[in-house]
Design a protein around this ligand. Sequence first.
Ligand code: SAH
Length: 216
Amino acid sequence: MSDDPETAERKMRFLFALRQRGVTDPRVLEAMERIDRGEFVRGHFEDRAYDDTPLPIPCGQTISQPSVVGLMTQALEVGPRDKVLEIGTGSGYQAAILSLLCRRVYTIDRHRRLVAEAEALFRDLGLTNITALVADGSRGLPEQAPFDRIMVTAAAEDPPGPLLAQLKIGGIMVVPVGQSDAVQTLIRVRRGENGYDYDELRQVRFVPLVEGLGQT
Ligand code: SAH
């Protein structure tokens, strides 16, 4: 079904705002045009789905700000043959975007409810190259390692050691680092033959990476 004029207008402004905030990679913009954020924001906040703002989702978590999703995806430099690990499934929005850009996405959340709801959405949207798992993502996913790309969408005090170890040589990881109650710094880590290179991308604000599984 095609959108009503008001929704079509909102979606156009959504894409314009992404460009204005520095999301310029055409593949990322195309993926963000195809994955409708409205599907991932339910209930109360539905009418704000196309605003460039984070919004609440169940389990006290948030769906990230679209321009931050775009900039992080762009910084990850994902290729079509890549195997990507995302920590922090949340609504599933970021994983859905990644799934259009790479071969396979593994996404992990510590909340069962979020994983179940995201999985149902992936099915409805026909996104068949995403595997969503309930686990403590700070340990990574050793049975599928190493990964070409790793994206962490919750803030850690330092990039978790197991995730660094599960990155391929030549791989890239994007992770927000810093105290959870403060502004954090988005870091890009590149793994080379002789170690890791870090660069700081921008200030961000994410919910914390919490160890262990959630209650729901
Ligand atoms: N990427 C999401 C937003 C993530 S919000 C989206 O596109 O909507 C951060 C998520 O990280 C939350 O859902 C939270 O439950 C999850 N999280 C926090 N600590 C975690 C951990 N140790 N392992 C797995 N998931 C974790």
